[in-house]
Write a protein that binds this ligand. Structure first.
Ligand code: HEC
Length: 140
């Protein structure tokens, strides 16, 4: 009798475990598909690139344009916001200069003071993400 109860309990727990396993699997698949549907390209990008793009679109796109061409909504600025799609221009700026101008503002790299310093808004890692992202506009 005792052995039988144990056997039944064991069989039941196996059922419970497999049952749960199936459910979890189904759920994970469903979530993955939703993410794929909403942002197929974005989901394939590494976190650094996604984060760089998110921050850029939120804070920089208004002047530099979401496509990086320097033609954001504040198109009347003098000088015009840097054009990140200009490969020659981007090649002339090292990663260190890009980092410094974002961190401390364009005035810190000998330009006008029209690009504000962002060092108080972002931590160094986030600035690295943005540097990585703005380089993609020119493929540099
Ligand atoms: C208020 C508008 C404005 C915003 C917002 C802005 N910028 Fe700028 N940015 C400019 C202007 C204008 C220049 C050109 C400055 C110059 O050439 O004197 C510039 C230049 C730059 C440069 C080039 C500096 C160089 O060495 O020539 C970089 C890099 C840059 N911005 C990055 C950013 C990033 C990253 C953000 C968002 C975190 C951002 N900017 C937000 C207006 C803006």
């Amino acid at each position: 009798m005792r052995t039988r109860t144990i056997a039944i309990l064991a069989a039941l727990s196996v059922l419970v475990v497999t049952g749960c396993g199936k459910k979890e699997g189904g759920k994970a698949k469903k979530n993955a598909m939703t993410a794929a549907d909403s942002a197929a390209a974005a989901s394939k990008q590494p976190f650094a690139m996604k984060e760089g793009r998110r921050l850029y679109n939120h804070y920089c796109g208004v002047c530099h344009g979401e496509t990086g061409d320097g033609a954001g909504q504040y198109y009347g600025l003098t000088p015009t916001p840097a054009n990140f799609t200009d490969r020659a221009f981007m090649k002339s700026l090292s990663d260190e200069v890009l980092f410094k101008s974002i961190n401390e503002g364009s005035a810190a790299v000998g330009k006008s003071n029209m690009c504000p310093p962002w060092g108080n808004s972002f931590n160094p890692e986030e600035i690295e993400f943005i540097v990585g992202y703005i380089k993609t506009f020119s493929g540099r």
